[in-house]
Design a protein around this ligand. Structure first.
Ligand SMILES: C[S@@+](CC[C@H](N)C(=O)[O-])C[C@H]1O[C@@H](n2cnc3c(N)ncnc32)[C@H](O)[C@@H]1O
Length: 401
């Protein structure tokens, strides 16, 4: 957010305080925004009902006075194992509702976040059971839109995208929830292929529906390789409700962090159980399969990870043969990553112990979001929230747009 705050007619001591910040390398904008945030948090302690009191929904839950109130409330739909939750909590969010169909994901999520009250199938939810929130976060299922999903479904003669009756329509359930709850901000995530699927028609349907629901929509494909040692491109969709933020809302996706990219070698364990080494049969099968495809002129095949580079994308089918990310070993067949290495490859913290079998853990990490990306996107969203608070504040500060 580049809007410049202009300060006029303030007492000399405030001018001095702003000047002090400049000497410490803190910009005037940063100093004012930080003071406003503190004032806002203190105001919430005397029962501020909602971050956006003039949003076109009425908050129903006012709760008790909190010791350390969160900056905003969010719901975590299609929660998986909580990549969204980790990222949004890191920028001041409080999760007030979770929904996840898969019982193994719920097991992991409950253990990691101490949350045992997780709704299951989103299609069976009563929308009134979802509490009011500032941000609706949803990494809705990607299978019908991902390249792997599409080619597999094509070869099985099945429908994909919105024609997939079970998964494609989940977007419309999500849209119904957005329509009913009217959250000021939405944050959605899906595979990169969403934009090009069905010659762009799927993306146009999604974009048009969100626009029709009253959102200014921003989208960007972000590669996780700037945050973790893995090439993993996902589309992030951020929507700001026009009735709250106006159609002039300015939002920018985060710039990639500076400095060298993380290296695959940095997440590998020194000593790994032999059970992760490929059997002679499986390794021969992968070598033959790759050779067959090479002769036909296409690039399908296993991938041996470059320790100084980044890995291919970890998929939910990694448990089958591990072929997309193999680690070379001296004098032995290559091995697959351990579940703990997958946890690190996705950027989940080490202290979150794996709760399920290896097979379920591979599936969970292969489906997850990289929390650091959510955190960086979330911090840009928070800038817009602060801008909105400032725009509405009666403090005498003026925003030059
Ligand atoms: C791409 S993953 C989500 C990743 C997650 N948001 C994160 O932050 O790591 C999609 C999730 O949607 C869940 N899901 C699929 N159908 C569902 C349904 N009908 N209701 C609720 N969850 C569902 C899947 O079990 C899967 O965990």
């Amino acid at each position: 957010m580049t809007a410049q705050i202009i300060v006029r007619n303030v007492p000399p001591q405030i001018k001095d305080w702003l000047a002090e910040g400049r000497n410490d390398g803190v910009s005037q904008n940063e100093r004012i925004l930080s003071a406003l945030e503190t004032a806002y948090r203190q105001r919430r302690q005397v029962r501020q009902p909602s971050l956006f009191p003039d949003a076109d929904w009425m908050p129903s839950d006012q709760g008790d006075i909190e010791q350390d109130p969160p900056l905003f409330k969010f719901v975590d739909l299609f929660a998986g194992i909580g990549g969204m939750r980790l990222g949004l909590t890191a920028v001041g969010g409080e999760c007030v509702f979770t929904c996840e169909l898969d019982r193994y994901c719920r097991k992991t999520y409950s253990a990691w976040f101490g949350d045992n009250d997780i709704a299951e199938d989103i299609t069976k939810l009563k929308i009134r059971d979802i509490p009011q929130h500032d941000v609706l976060a949803a990494g809705f299922p990607c299978q019908p839109f991902s390249l792997a999903g599409v080619s597999k479904k094509n070869s099985l003669g099945r429908n994909h995208g919105f024609l997939d009756k079970t998964q494609g329509t989940l977007f419309f359930h999500l849209a119904n929830i957005i329509d009913a709850k009217k959250p000021p901000i939405i944050l959605l995530e899906n595979v990169k292929n969403l934009r090009s699927h069905d010659k762009g028609k799927t993306w146009k349907t999604i974009y048009d529906r969100l626009d029709e629901l009253g959102y200014e929509v921003f989208d960007k494909v972000i590669d996780a390789a700037d945050y973790v040692p893995q090439h993993r491109e996902r589309i992030f969709i951020v929507g700001f409700r026009r009735s709250v933020f106006t159609s002039n809302v300015k939002f920018q996706f985060p710039a990639p962090p500076s400095g060298p990219r993380p290296r695959l070698g940095s997440i590998l364990e020194d000593s790994v159980d032999d059970k992760y080494t490929l059997t002679d049969n499986l390794w021969k099968y992968l070598v033959d399969y790759a050779e067959k495809h090479r002769q036909r002129g296409n690039g399908f095949g296993y991938g041996i990870g470059d320790r100084d580079g980044v890995s291919r994308t970890l998929s939910a089918r990694y448990y089958k043969d591990g072929s997309e990310i193999l680690i070379a070993q001296d004098g032995k067949n290559p091995r697959r990553l351990t579940p703990r290495e997958c946890r690190a490859l996705m950027g989940f913290p080490d202290h979150l112990d794996i709760q399920v079998s290896d097979m379920q853990a591979y599936k969970q990490f292969g489906n997850a979001l990289v929390p650091k990306i959510v955190e960086h996107v979330g911090s840009e969203i928070v800038k817009v929230m602060k801008w909105q608070l400032l725009r509405k504040s009666k403090s005498g500060c003026l925003l030059k747009k």
